[in-house]
Design a protein around this ligand. Structure first.
Ligand code: NAP
Length: 320
């Protein structure tokens, strides 16, 4: 799947191309399942830069078919998964840098891996690296019934946190509760900052995890306790407009970070640690990866429309 210009879902085209042989440091991977992420829509619309024409997709799982000179990390026949650049995961097979591949434990199915490399590793750094949260702390988590939302919720409960989650509908509220969300706020109808203050005895939360952006960041700032942290890790409703940093002082000397997964897995040791922790939680059943939408690659246009139209819950994958 490729796109030649940025725009709506219809700019994506399925094409037949020669995959070719891996060069030095590369491996050819035959995909079994491919992840569909909100980030794919950012590349497609031009919010994130891509050199055109571009492939699309940042996450998949499959089997190594061939390796190029100098590759020692993986060998033909290995079950592997990956997340990150270069774009091009929406494909049946591809050649890519072997260093990005992670060997998949037998206990983790290809579909599960394709649904969680991006969302699960993101949840891992959000829970384990961003801020030293302790059992009993409340957190605010937007889009709690989404792909990242359901994984973060389950991880937060393992850490003993109280999860205040926002969702767009009653049906999604049920999904969030079923995965451990303690308090659900319908953000289209309720004042998020006011509800969070009520639920926290007027104090607010130490950390607000906000992947919705434009429509929610003010409510997130209003829900934070003094010197709390706004983690804006996505902009599903649109980018946050520029604002005066004085606002941070007026809301209680707040901190803000706009993190990207790439910076938390750039170091191979740290990536290995986060992946091991994630795989362990998933293999043991402590965290369930909910794949609620399955598509074929040729359905990518519809898949993007459903994701952007807020018609999905949990994770979405393409089955090859
Ligand atoms: N920075 C990072 O490292 C990183 C890595 C991975 C993902 N992310 C971000 O994490 C977020 C979740 O990713 P995901 O793939 O798991 O997607 P997702 O949460 O399954 O889907 C996005 C959800 O956002 C909510 N939303 C609120 N306003 C929206 C709007 N105007 N348009 C579309 N959706 C809206 C919807 O839930 P409701 O209907 O309940 O409102 C929707 O289901 C995304 O923002 C993504 O960019 C960031």
């Amino acid at each position: 799947m490729r796109f030649y210009e940025v725009g709506g879902p219809e700019v994506m085209r399925l094409e037949d191309v020669e995959v070719g042989e891996p060069g030095p440091g590369e491996a050819r991977v035959r995909h079994v399942a491919v992840g569909l992420n909100f980030a794919d829509t950012y590349f497609r619309t031009g919010l994130y830069p891509a050199q055109l024409p571009a492939g699309i997709g940042v996450e998949a799982a499959g089997v190594v078919e061939a390796v190029g000179p100098g590759v020692t990390q993986v060998a033909p026949g290995d079950r592997v998964a990956y997340t990150g650049s270069p774009l091009g995961a929406y494909s049946t097979a591809r050649v890519m840098p072997a260093a990005f591949l992670v060997k998949l434990p037998e206990a983790i199915a290809f579909e599960t891996a394709a649904a969680m490399m991006m969302r699960g590793l993101t949840s891992a750094y959000l829970m384990r690296r961003i801020w030293p949260l302790k059992a009993g702390d409340p957190i605010l988590l937007h889009a709690a019934a989404g792909g990242v939302g359901l994984i973060v919720t389950q991880w937060a409960k393992l850490l003993g946190l109280t999860v205040i989650g926002t969702v767009g509908s009653e049906a999604k509220a049920e999904v969030a509760r079923a995965h451990g969300c303690d308090h659900v706020i319908l953000y289209g109808r309720e004042d998020v900052a006011k509800r969070v203050r009520e639920l926290t005895g007027g104090v607010g939360v130490p950390v607000a995890y906000d992947s919705v952006g434009k429509d929610t960041y003010l409510g997130s700032m209003g829900a934070l306790m003094r010197r709390g942290l706004l983690v804006n890790f996505g902009t599903a409703s649109g980018p946050i407009p520029a604002f005066d940093l004085l606002q941070l002082a007026l809301h209680g000397s707040l901190y803000v970070t706009r993190p990207a997964l790439a910076d938390y897995i750039a170091d191979p040791t740290e990536r290995g640690q986060l992946a091991a922790e994630l795989f362990d939680h998933v293999a043991s059943g402590r965290i369930r990866i909910e794949i609620n939408q399955h598509y074929r690659l040729e359905d990518a246009v519809r898949a993007h429309r459903e994701l952007e139209g807020r018609r999905t819950t949990g994770s979405s994958i393409f089955v090859i």
